[in-house]
Design a protein around this ligand. Sequence first.
Ligand code: TXA
Ligand code: MG
Length: 347
Amino acid sequence: METRVLSTDPTPLLKSSAREAVALLEAGEVVALPTETVYGLAGRIDSPEAIAKIFEAKERPSFDPLIVHLPRREHLAEVANIPEGVEKTVKQLIENFWPGPLTLVLPKTEAVSDVITAGLPTVAVRMSSDPVFKRVVFELGKPLAAPSANRFGRISPTSAAAVQEELNGRIPMILDGGACWSGVESTIIKLEPATEKIRKTQIHILRAGPVTVEDLKKYGKVFVPKQDTEDADDAKPEAPGQTSSHYAPQTPLRLVMDPSDFTPEPNKRYALLSFRGFEQDGYLDLAEYEQVLILSPGSGKVPEAAVRLFFMMRQLDALGVDEIIAEKVPEHGMGLAIMDRLRRASV
Ligand code: TXA
Ligand code: MG
């Protein structure tokens, strides 16, 4: 199969490209589309053929459920039921964060097949703020299932070229919307009602992402997966399909928490994924790196590091070195999501 890459800039091209994508989706095909987080491989939730094609193109195991993307907030009731006790919080969250990188896990309706949810009684749902994605899903007028547009277990694509690397020849079309501006996948949360002991709605983060703990605190008591932070309230089960070999480059990647933990072996070739590129951080002089890429040069900003993370991991992976060394980044804000992805990418 030939994979066509269609440009979406300037606006007249966005219109014609979106129209072509919609026609394919209507015919039960899959199309790769940009979102603000990473590119997604989209198919209609009411087309079993399209859903099967998503799993096939990605070589995704059937136990890993898909995220459903809505054209507008009003479609939520079509795909999910809001449990008693969390209605107000759901309303506040979708008013404040949709469209945007926040995914809610809610009890599913009949409109969502068991294949999409991997047999779970719940569905993960969000609304993308990307103008290309919005235009396509709005014109189609139906929810789209869209996992990240990479082969299973590999680095999520944050550009059309990265989607090509992953899925060329397996899907009919990629809409090129440029680089994704959040750079890591959406925050996934599950809600539980307040209890006598916990007086606020419980917000359980299943996957850290661009919507941060700090962002969510206003709306309830936030619980984060234990490994992600020292002050986690409780260890909670993660999102299914989040296997520890996720987001992995082909080159072994080692996350180093302190420079003294890394002693290079002679005759081994290394590359460094540096946070700030600061000599004082102690990593730059440890080895004769083949290449050093800096996530956020200078004083170091975690949102900027997040935007560049997958892009740079791909660049270093292409070098063919023996090992990629990754410096730790501060675990606040989006740093939580970065560290989660680096831990999963590391061997
Ligand atoms: O930003 C994103 O979320 C991107 C873009 C394309 O929207 N999508 C994405 O999809 O990251 P994917 O398939 O790579 O990751 C979705 C993850 C699954 O691996 C699973 O862990 C979780 O969402 N998930 C889906 N349905 C769930 C459910 N019912 N309960 C818990 N977790 C669920
Ligand atoms: Mg993925």
